[in-house]
Design a protein around this ligand. Structure first.
Ligand code: SF4
Length: 143
């Protein structure tokens, strides 16, 4: 039995509303990064947590603190989600810090299979971020 946690990008989950449905589907179906586990090894999804947001001045410390939501629960492996793999400019730095801080946990970059190329994925995410969106400002200014 492998006890698995998933770390997602908060831009994808909190801002853009991803429910991790593709990550979870491929975990169940053992596709993508989950295809590397032996077929007879049961996979137990213990928890999912999103990154606390881009690190600004704190560097990886913010993430190290946040990921305790997984690491305190006898996790064997943490997968950094596909969106982190495709979008996060800090992932290598994070991987170094996570491996150093939690030497008994395996950190793996990736979850579900790539449905479109990473370049196309990044372009589509950028387009969604950049679409005109009304905010409180529009209400305050009667727009
Ligand atoms: S640090 Fe990376 S994973 Fe976290 S919100 Fe920013 S881009 Fe997403």
């Amino acid at each position: 039995m492998v006890r698995i946690g998933i770390l997602t990008c908060s831009n994808a989950t909190q801002d853009l509303g991803c429910s991790s449905v593709s990550c979870l589907a491929d975990l169940r179906k053992r596709r993508g990064a989950f295809a590397d586990y032996p077929v007879d090894e049961p996979l137990d999804l213990v928890g999912i947590i999103n990154c606390p947001g881009c690190p600004t001045l704190t560097g990886p410390d913010k993430l190290i603190n946040r990921i305790r939501a997984l690491t305190e629960f006898r996790i064997d492996a943490v997968h950094l989600s596909y969106c982190m793999k495709a979008l996060c400019p800090f992932r290598e730095k994070y991987m170094n810090s996570l491996n150093e801080k939690f030497p008994n946990i395996k950190f793996i970059i990736g979850t579900h299979e790539e449905h479109i190329t990473s370049d196309e994925f990044r372009k589509r995410v950028k387009d969604v971020f950049n679409q005109p969106r009304k905010t409180m400002v529009d209400i305050l200014l009667n727009k």
